[in-house]
Ligand binder design. Structure first.
Ligand SMILES: [Zn+2]
Length: 302
């Protein structure tokens, strides 16, 4: 689960901590392989003391006083991010910094922390949007909002799954870029939000997606190709989207989608879908079969 190359970094990697719901990330110490293994096993943060050349012991000034809620590895596999709940009311001394962590009130299952940016303006060819970015381990997502977004009671919302080949270079193998274009035009005109969810290729990543395309060149359809590579037909995980929708304080939406999984997910969050807006775009000879498979085998309303 935690794949980090300790040898590359002389055996030690920085461990940073984040309190759920805040943007604050604090450097709390270093971990070696042993400290990480102990942390994962015990769910208590264990750090490596460079001055003592061993793991901090319980009760020492710094170190293992926090209960770990989640452990992630940062993008370049060179930092361990700990989502931490303080056990006991003790300061954690971390070199020059001391910090307190608050206890959580929500049940653990609901916690899914993301690091958030501020909100910036972004002029585009569609119009002027506001954007806010979210970082979830190795994936970074973007909320693209119309200027009036925060005044809308029932914003139009599209959860768009990343498709580099479609969105960026105009691939005709799928309908992704057409759907993105439609959604951005619509929110620019009528107000709303597009969440650009960076889970490429139904979350199998670009390398696997291109391998799936190679299989498709040999006659597999989009589902068969994913299965052949050892994946489920859809590996997407919408938890980060849930956090983003809650962060933007959305309680009612007009949801632009053909995908029943996305409808069920939004409803499960307790967000009311006042209208489903179909996302139907032009077909071509290259994406015809793909769209047909989505309709017939994945239940998309096309
Ligand atoms: Zn696509």
């Amino acid at each position: 689960m935690i794949d980090i190359d300790f040898y590359k970094m002389d055996g030690l990697v920085p461990a940073v901590a984040q309190e759920y719901g805040s943007n604050e990330v604090l450097m709390v110490g270093f971990m070696n392989q042993e400290a990480l293994a102990l942390t994962l096993k015990t769910k208590i943060a264990h750090y490596f003391s460079r001055s003592k050349n061993r793991i901090w012991k319980k009760g020492e000034t710094s170190g293992n006083i926090q209960k770990v809620v989640d452990v992630k590895v940062d993008c370049d596999a060179d930092t361990i991010l700990l989502i931490i709940e303080q056990v006991g009311n003790v300061a954690c001394h971390t070199g020059a910094k001391s910090c307190f962590f608050n206890s959580f009130e929500e049940p653990e299952i609901k916690r899914y922390p993301l690091i958030k940016s501020g909100i910036a303006d972004l002029p585009t060819r569609y119009g002027k949007f506001k954007v806010k970015a979210y970082k979830d381990g190795c994936q970074e997502h973007l909320a693209i909002m119309s200027q009036d977004f925060f005044t809308l009671e029932e914003p139009i919302v599209r959860i768009h799954s990343e498709c580099l080949t479609g969105d960026t270079i105009g691939s005709l193998k799928c309908d992704c870029s057409n759907q993105l274009d439609l959604a951005l035009k619509r929110i620019a005109k009528e107000g709303g939000l597009v969440i650009y969810h960076r889970q490429e290729g139904r979350n199998i990543g670009l390398v696997n997606k291109i391998n799936a395309y190679k299989l498709q060149d040999a006659g597999y359809n989009t589902i068969q190709a994913n299965l052949e590579l050892g994946f489920k037909e859809d590996e997407r995980d919408y938890r980060a989207v849930g956090v983003i929708l809650k962060d933007l304080k959305i309680s009612k939406v007009k949801l632009v989608t053909n995908n029943p999984t996305k409808i069920a997910f939004v409803e499960e969050l307790g967000i009311e879908i006042t209208e489903r807006i179909p996302s139907i775009t032009a077909r071509n000879e290259h994406n015809e079969k793909y769209i047909q498979v989505k309709k017939e085998q994945m239940g998309h309303m096309l």
